[in-house]
Design a protein around this ligand. Structure first.
Ligand code: ITT
Length: 205
């Protein structure tokens, strides 16, 4: 039995990653583009990934009248006190396309860390996921973390965002040098999506 679930994100890379996890579980993952009406983007003004994931899931679920899953995610860098954190998507505040914004964000991050030695460049991707029902009730929440450190130059062409800068501890590869299935097996989003799948199975019953 297949069940449709909306993953309320405007980021096609995030949608593809979540789809690859939930599809084998028997869920047809719809994106905002599949919904006909494009809902207004809610203001992500929470202080934490969890708060923003809740804001997105609840707003889209109520607007569209259906269960909605949302993720708020980003990069937390130790040497920057956890920044860019919830501001990861628009850290450099430059660029109109996603590619331009990602490139500007990565350049700004490398500049901010230019004097930081390799032993102090620890960082992690964090993903908070929230599943909300059409009346705005939070049905489930999950969190995943992907540990690494920030390299000195971008490497790799897979993925999106800060993937070319996050160097994995064990292999010296960046997240952008992993295949999509390798990234999903280890990543913050992969872990959060696998955890939320359990709640989705309950909702389907
Ligand atoms: P939606 O809010 O529409 O889902 P978004 O891309 O704006 O899309 P966020 O507000 O959660 O999503 O911002 C996440 C940002 O954090 C994202 O744009 C990247 O810059 C970064 N990021 C999150 N997960 C990442 C990953 O797996 N790889 C690389 N960068 C990531």
């Amino acid at each position: 039995m297949s069940t449709e679930i909306l993953f309320a994100s405007s980021n096609e890379h995030k949608v593809a990653e979540v789809r690859a996890i939930l599809d084998p579980e028997g869920f047809i993952v719809l994106s905002l583009g599949d919904c006909g009406t494009v809902p207004p983007e809610p203001l992500e003004d929470g202080d934490t990934f969890e708060e923003n994931a809740r804001i997105k899931a609840i707003a889209y679920a109520i607007f569209l009248g259906m269960n909605a899953l949302a993720d708020d995610s980003g990069l937390a860098v130790d040497a920057l006190g956890g920044a860019p954190g919830v501001h990861s998507a628009r850290y450099a505040a430059i660029g109109t396309t996603r590619e331009e914004r990602d490139g500007a964000n990565n350049r700004k991050l490398l500049e901010a860390l230019k004097d930081v030695p390799s032993g102090l460049r620890g960082a992690r991707f964090v993903c908070a996921m929230c599943l909300a029902s059409k009346d705005g009730t939070v049905l489930a929440e999950s969190r995943g973390v992907f540990e690494g450190r920030i390299g000195c130059a971008p490497r790799g062409s897979n993925g999106f965002g800060y993937d070319p800068l996050l160097v994995l501890p064990e292999s010296d590869q960046t997240s952008a040098e992993l295949s999509s299935s390798e990234k999903n097996a280890r990543s913050h989003r992969g872990a959060a999506a696998r955890a939320i799948a359990t709640a989705l199975r309950e909702v389907r019953r």
